[in-house]
Design a protein around this ligand. Structure first.
Ligand code: ADP
Ligand code: MG
Length: 478
């Protein structure tokens, strides 16, 4: 076998190519270059160069299993992929950062050392008797309170989560159930609680799991006559966090087991944190007695974030990754991607991948092109009413004023500009435009248009103002 890093990586690529779409292959795998290969008999480290940290996160999040399998196939069981991240476009010159596969980045609790950090994490975790601190808590270290942006949409859930993290088991919020639609931050918040408890009090047995995993482990325990061990394992947990409990629906046996674990833990003051994608009463096939337990503590919901929160999240994500996105690009995304936070992130990542790949600066036109399909509604044109609203917002005026009789200078200016843009950006006739401005005549619209054009020709300051106003309109017209 040819042991050069290039040849080994090529062998990996051949496998990967068959397992992902052409598009994904080109975006995420082709740009990676093998840099080194080291083997000490047991561990075989192949290191590849990545163009940015995003690649690392993306690969580990989306292709972890595939990469692991591929590396095992090509290099044997000790095969590991290491990442060398080279950030080339920093002003200070190149920077490089070497990262191991993420399984190691999420270090297990300190006393969990006998197994070695490279042990796969998939097996049943309840095999051995536990002491506090001995559980592999399965926390994702990158979901913290520090990087969870607060907004009206999540204020209650976040502050309750914080209170619990400071005093697990001793607040009235037990159980704590967070519900909300997909991509709104439930999983993030649950991990944040775990991470904070872990950083603070330390030696508590914290366990994050999903209802699916809980179910599978339980069923497998039944099958292997290990139900007692399973139940003992869970009774030793101090902070039990179960994500997506809607999947307990209709799983009667699992629910029953969970019900008893819940009661035992709750009775001795252990903290329970749950999440669901809808209010508990709307989950199909959950037993009443379990539902009533859910209501013992606090139920808090996560709503879709408003515009300002979306901007804050985007800015935060961009700056966390050390990337500069022009403000108009952030605004464009925030205005257009509304449904959930995962999509916001997805938009940033796609732009970044494109920019890195083509070595281009990120700019508004690029964003519009790349994100076209993400922004589901096709390009909508603004209505006269919307144009009035945007122009008035720009000048900080009440929208009614442009339709009123007033001849105050700043109102006249806003009215003229709104007419000017209505003529340019809508298909309405001059007559219709005039009518929507408080029943004015079409000649008024012509006059407004002429005035604006005159100013544009002679007044550079005015031109700047119209330019930035145009950008506002453009952002919202998709
Ligand atoms: P859910 O579990 O509700 O489907 P996640 O917790 O997985 O959603 O969140 C989706 C993505 O959005 C994650 O990457 C998460 O970090 C991010 N996210 C969600 N809410 C926030 C927030 N308030 N601030 C920053 N990032 C957030
Ligand atoms: Mg989730």
């Amino acid at each position: 076998m040819n042991d050069s890093p290039e040849a080994l990586w090529q062998a990996c690529l051949d496998i990967i190519r068959d397992n992902v779409s052409v598009q994904s292959f080109r975006t995420w795998f082709e740009p990676l270059k093998a840099v080194s290969f080291q083997s000490d008999g047991e561990l075989h480290k192949l290191t590849v160069k990545l163009p940015s940290r995003f690649y690392y996160e993306w690969l580990e999040e989306h292709y972890f299993a595939l990469l692991q399998k591929t590396l095992t196939k090509v290099l044997g069981p000790g095969g590991r992929l290491y990442y060398d991240i080279v950030i080339e476009r920093l002003d200070e010159g190149d920077a490089s950062m070497l990262l191991p596969p993420r399984t190691q980045a999420y270090a297990p609790s300190p006393r969990h050392t006998e197994q070695g950090p490279d042990e796969p994490r998939t097996g049943l975790a309840f095999g051995e008797p536990i002491e506090s601190g001995d559980v592999d808590c399965r926390l994702n270290a990158s979901y913290t309170f520090e990087n969870f942006i607060e907004g009206d949409c999540n204020r209650l859930a976040r502050s309750a989560a914080l209170a619990i993290a400071e005093n697990p088991g001793s607040t009235a919020f037990n159980p704590f159930l967070i519900y909300g639609g997909v991509g709104l931050g439930k999983t993030h918040l649950v991990h944040a609680i775990g991470n904070r408890i872990r950083a603070g009090i330390g030696d508590r047995a914290i366990l994050y799991t999903s209802s699916d995993r809980f179910t599978n482990e339980f069923l497998s325990a039944l099958q292997h006559n290990r139900a007692r061990e399973f139940s003992q394992f869970y009774r030793g947990i101090d902070v039990l966090m179960i994500d997506d409990v809607q999947f307990f629906g209709r799983k009667e046996k699992t629910q029953e087991e969970f019900f008893h674990i819940f009661n035992d833990l709750h009775q001795i003051g252990k903290q329970i944190v749950l999440s669901a994608d809808r209010p508990p009463r709307d989950i199909d096939g959950i037993e009443d007695r379990l539902l009533s337990r859910f209501q013992w503590g606090l139920t808090a919901d996560l709503q879709a974030p408003g515009l300002e929160t979306r901007m804050a999240i985007l800015n935060r994500k961009a700056s966390d990754d050390g990337i500069e996105f022009p403000p108009e690009v952030i605004e464009f995304i925030a205005h257009n991607v509304k449904s959930n936070i995962r999509e916001l992130e997805g938009a940033l990542i796609r732009l970044l991948a494109h920019a890195t790949l083509h070595d281009e600066e990120i700019h508004l036109a690029m964003a519009k092109g790349i994100l076209k399909d993400l922004i589901k509604e096709s390009r909508v044109s603004l209505s006269i009413d919307q144009i009035q609203a945007i122009v008035c917002e720009y000048f900080n005026l009440d929208q009614d004023l442009v339709r009123a009789k007033t001849r105050k200078r700043e109102v006249v200016q806003a009215r003229q500009l709104a007419m000017y843009f209505s003529k340019e950006l809508t298909h309405h006739s001059l007559k219709t435009i005039g009518l929507q401005f408080g029943g004015r005549d079409h000649s008024t619209v012509i006059h407004a248009n002429r005035t604006v054009n005159d100013h544009l020709e002679t007044d550079p300051k005015y031109r700047d103002m119209v330019q930035s106003l145009r950008q506002q309109l453009d952002l919202r017209s998709r």
